[in-house]
Every structure is written in structure tokens, then in C-alpha cells.
Write a protein that binds this ligand. Structure first.
Ligand SMILES: *[C@@H]1O[C@H](CO)[C@@H](O)[C@H](O)[C@H]1NC(C)=O
Length: 150
């Protein structure tokens, strides 16, 4: 019984159900900022298994290396090397957890949720998520592999 409890506790920890889930990302050229943590939840392992009609929490911790009044998010799916634009319901970073204006050396959290619509195809692809500053430079840019399924 005791051992069983330990196994369950360990599994919960491994699944990341207990705390936030930092995912291993690829930096796709953050220029005017520095990525610290990319948290996608729930996503216990890569590729992130994204189930249709479910929502996923995204929490990106980064440091800005520039002053910027605005910030704009852009998301793309990359399928066999071909980028497909993805329309975020709200692409304003300043309405997504970031206190604006952004100051140089300020640590920020970009918070968003992603709803996987039933119309999306069931495919494996990469998701590229970036945040751009006033000058259109990337404050952050990360890529993670995902797999969409029903
Ligand atoms: C985002 O992540 C940071 C650092 O891990 C944490 O302090 C913060 O509470 C998180 N915010 C949300 C809304 O999950």
C-alpha cells in the first residue's frame, strides 16, 4: 500500500500534474530578449499531445533586453518546413500577462491559452511562437514539436 502511494506520487510528479511543466524548446532567434522558461501545461513530454477541444496553458518567462511600448505575438505551425500562420484570438502581449511598457532587463511572464479546435487536422507539426517588440524584433521565439489528435 505504502509503495503504491509512492509510485502514484512519483508518477504525478513525472507527469507534471503537481507543478508547472517547463518544456524543452528550440530557440528560434530571440533577439531583444532572453528566454528563461517555456511552460506548456499539460504537456508532460514532447511532442506535446494536443487533444482537440481541450485548452492548454502557455506561460513564458523571459527577460526583455529592450524598452518597448508594445508587444505583439505571432504563432505559426510548421509542417514539413512550411510555415502556416495561426491566428491568435488576441495577439497583444500587453493583454497577455505582460506589464507594458516593457522595460529593459524586466522579467516578464507571457500568459496565454491555446484552444485546439476540432477542425484542426490530426497531424504532427512544430509550433513556433514569437513575441515582437516595437521595432518588429523578436523578444522571444521558441519552437516545440506537437501532435494534434482527437
Ligand atoms: C508563470 O510562471 C511563473 C514562473 O514559473 C510563475 O511564477 C507564475 O505564477 C506563472 N503564472 C501563471 C499564470 O501560471
Amino acid at each position: 500500500m505504502e509503495r503504491w502511494c509512492c509510485v502514484v506520487a512519483a508518477s504525478l510528479l513525472l507527469l507534471g500534474l503537481v507543478a508547472g511543466e517547463p518544456v524543452k524548446y528550440q530557440d528560434c532567434g530571440s533577439e531583444s530578449g532572453k528566454l528563461l522558461v517555456v511552460d506548456v501545461s499539460p504537456c508532460p513530454s514532447l511532442p506535446c499531445k494536443l487533444i482537440k477541444e481541450k485548452t492548454y496553458d502557455v506561460n513564458v518567462t523571459f527577460v526583455s533586453l529592450t524598452d518597448s511600448v508594445s508587444s505583439k505575438a505571432e504563432v505559426r505551425g510548421i509542417l514539413a518546413g512550411v510555415p502556416i500562420p495561426f491566428n491568435l484570438p488576441n495577439d497583444d502581449g500587453c493583454q497577455s500577462g505582460i506589464r507594458c511598457p516593457i522595460r529593459k532587463n524586466q522579467k516578464c511572464n507571457y500568459i496565454n491559452t491555446l484552444l485546439i479546435k476540432s477542425m484542426y487536422p490530426s497531424i504532427k507539426l512544430e509550433v513556433e511562437w514569437m513575441l515582437k517588440d516595437d521595432k518588429g524584433k523578436k523578444i522571444f521565439c521558441w519552437i516545440i514539436p506537437v501532435e494534434i489528435s482527437s
